[in-house]
Structure formats: C-alpha cells, structure tokens
Design a protein around this ligand. Structure first.
Ligand code: ADP
Ligand code: MG
Length: 385
C-alpha cells in the first residue's frame, strides 16, 4: 500500500471499507438510486473505483466525473462519452447499436447544443437519446451509472447557464428514475462533495431528489483507523509504536483516511532522514501539513455559494468556533441578528455547514464544534486572523 494523499486511491492502495460497499450494493439490488454525499477528500471517488473493481463482474459499471461540465449539454456529452464503454455497447440491441455507432463516429464536440442530429432526421435531444439507449440496453447485468461531482455540475449550470436549466436536469433525472422499465435495468449513483440538498434548497427541486437513498462516507472508526495507520506504516518500511498511533488519532480526531495519509507522508520524510516517530515528530508533521494551503483552502472557497450576508455570517460562525473551540446555539442565533438574518435563515446556514462537513453538534445538541481540529487550527491561523 503506497502513501497517497490527494488522488483517488485504487487497488492495493485502497483501505477496505466493506460496510459502505455492502450498503451501496444493497440499495442497488433493491432497485433504488443513491446520493453519495460527503465533503471533499473523504474518499468518494476511491469508493466508486472500488465498486467498479469489485462488482464489475456482476454489473456493468459506468463511471463519469461531470465536474468540468458547465452546461446542461456538456453534462450529457460527458455522460455519452462515458457510455462509449465496450461492455455496455456490446449489450445493445441492433437498432440502438447502429444509433450508437453513428453517435460515436461523430465527434461529440460537433453535436449541436439542441441535441444530436442524424442525417436528415430531426434532432433528438439528449434526454431522449439517453432514455432510448437505456431502454435498448439488453444485458443480463444491471447497469450502474455513477456520476461523480454531480452537485458541482448542478451548481455550475446555475452559475453559467440558469436555474431553470439546472431544475430541468434534475427533473429529467427524476423522470428517468421513475420509469419502472429503466429502473429495473439500471441504478444511478450521484456523488458530490457538496450537499445536493443545500444546492437545491433555493430551487424548486427538493422533490426531484427526495427519492434518492442517502449514503454517507463517514470517517474511519478508531479501531479501523489504528489498523490502517499500522498497515500503511509497515508497508512503507516504517516502524510505529502503538502509543504513537494513539497520539495521531487524538490529534486528528476526524479520522478521514486523507488526513492520516498526509501525516504518514510527512513522517516518511522524517523516517528517510533517520528520525523515528515520536510525539514531537507527529506534532511537526501536523505543523507541516497545516502549511499546505491547497489542502484546506477549498473549505474557505466553498462559502462562496452563500449570498453576501449569509457568507459573512457563516464566516463569523466558523471564525468564532475556531477561536473558542465551540459555540452555543443561542450565541449563534444572536450573531445572526448582526447580519439581519432570520432564525430560519441562520438555521439553514448552520445546517449546510453541518451537512457539508465543517461542524457538528453530535456530543451536545446545543454546542457546535469543528469536525476536524486540524481544520480548526488552519482556520484560526489563516481565516480568523
Ligand atoms: N479507502 C481509502 N484508503 C486509503 N486512502 C483513502 C481511502 N479513501 C480516501 N483516501 C485518501 O483520501 C484522498 C482523497 O480520496 P478521494 O477518493 O479522491 O476523495 P473524494 O472523492 O471524496 O474527494 C486520497 O488521496 C487518499 O489519501
Ligand atoms: Mg472525488
């Protein structure tokens, strides 16, 4: 197992998370569709690769990342691109295969913004073409279509096109899922780093996603994280004591594999120089990790989705928690007055912060804290001051 901090991991570099995988398969088998939402770098893409690699014999799995799509038609182009998968095409009935061959011989960039045009025939719009393909999919295996960064795509469409187009895309997907025939043969997995719920909160679209089954990607359990650290160290030729592992867990608290990888990566640098692991080197490693702006800055940038006063409020809340380590909910609502936000608005924002992985109130309903003490320290040093 290599130390990888950043890119999605695959194969022997993936630390197995069997329960999440089983949860997902259960939902797919039940004929339902999935919303896989967790903050950035929690391991969604790796998990989807894992699905591909483990159930690839039982399902035809298609993975597509639509993050770079800035318009509705770009979204469909990316999806069609991903469907150029041989396993998929091989199962299509003749008519659809002909259609598909024509489609793939066209360069997708030549496809007009209104849809796909074949010779003299009328242009078919993307949804229709997609529906037609799925309907003519004739394989014995269920088709699993995973759309990574889907909520980002919706946000992009709102930003670069308009809300109506985003609403339409969500509606079309809902219709596809409601089509019993299609649903029997295919399962959709929508993944996103940002809560699709918070994206659609200001749109008319809640009804278009509430049939999806939410699956989260939680941090590792303590025991599992201990084993992961030990395994990662051993497979990279590093010695580590149990007490050091405990110390790392204490420091990270929010046990996502990414933070573990980052710290072990730094410890490996010490190790190469003959410095063995101790509380001191662990502290130094964390200090080093905190100096990597690109590891954390997206947490700040993410607040841009809020409108001005909401954003200022959210920032103020996070700044305060980063200083005080926690905030009581009554203080939080008092703070909202300063920004002329109603209790309801404030509640929505706090909900979004919680949902998007910044804060939690799991120990005490009335007290909010950062999930990650490391992010708290980064925030305190780089945003609050
Ligand atoms: N199961 C795992 N085993 C080992 N490392 C993981 C695992 N899941 C996530 N990671 C770590 O987290 C980082 C980000 O993973 P990724 O799948 O890209 O997350 P996301 O798609 O949620 O942003 C990886 O580079 C790796 O360091
Ligand atoms: Mg990802």
């Amino acid at each position: 197992m290599a130390i990888i901090a950043g890119q999605a991991v695959r194969g022997k570099d993936y630390w197995d998370r069997p329960f999440i995988l089983e949860d997902i398969i259960e939902v797919i088998e039940r004929g339902e569709h999935i919303l896989l939402v967790a903050p950035r770098r929690v391991g969604k893409t790796s998990l989807m690769y894992r699905i591909m690699d483990t159930v690839g014999d039982e399902y035809v799995v298609i993975y597509v990342n639509t993050q770079a799509a800035h318009s509705e038609s770009q979204f469909w182009e990316k999806l069609f691109d991903a469907l150029m998968d041989e396993d998929f095409i091989a199962t299509l009935q003749q008519r659809a295969r002909n259609f598909w061959n024509t489609l793939s011989s066209l360069r997708l960039s030549e496809v007009g913004s209104d849809g796909i045009k074949f010779g003299d025939s009328e242009a078919i719009d993307y949804e229709k073409a997609f529906e037609m393909l799925l309907k003519s999919y004739d394989g014995d295996k269920k088709l699993v279509i995973m759309m990574d960064e889907f909520s980002q795509t919706i946000e992009n469409i709102i930003q670069y096109e308009n809300v109506e187009k985003a609403e339409k895309l969500l509606e079309v997907h809902r219709e596809l899922r409601q089509n019993h025939k299609l649903s029997q043969k295919s399962a959709f997995v929508y993944a996103g780093s940002i809560g699709l719920e918070s994206v659609v909160a200001n749109m008319k679209s809640s009804k278009d996603i509430n049939d999806l089954v939410n699956i989260d990607v939680p941090p590792l359990e303590k025991g599992d994280a201990e084993k992961f650290i030990l395994h990662l160290c051993l497979s990279n030729g590093m010695k580590i004591e149990e007490s050091d592992i405990k110390y790392i867990l204490e420091k990270i608290e929010w046990l996502i594999p990414f933070y573990i990888q980052l710290i072990i990566q730094e410890l490996k640098r010490f190790d190469r120089r003959g410095v063995s692991i101790s509380n001191q080197t662990i502290d130094d490693a964390i200090e080093k990790v905190l100096s990597y702006k690109k590891v954390f800055v997206h947490w700040l940038e993410r607040l841009e989705i809020f409108k001005k006063e909401e954003k200022n409020f959210a920032k103020d809340v996070l700044n305060t928690i980063s200083k005080e380590k926690s905030i009581v909910s009554t203080d939080l609502y008092n703070m909202a007055n300063k920004y002329k936000l109603s209790d309801y608005d404030a509640q929505q924002i706090v909900h979004a912060l919680k949902y998007d992985g910044y804060i939690n109130n799991s120990d005490n309903e009335h007290i909010y804290r950062f999930n990650s003490p490391i992010l708290r320290i980064w925030w305190y040093k780089n945003v609050a001051n």
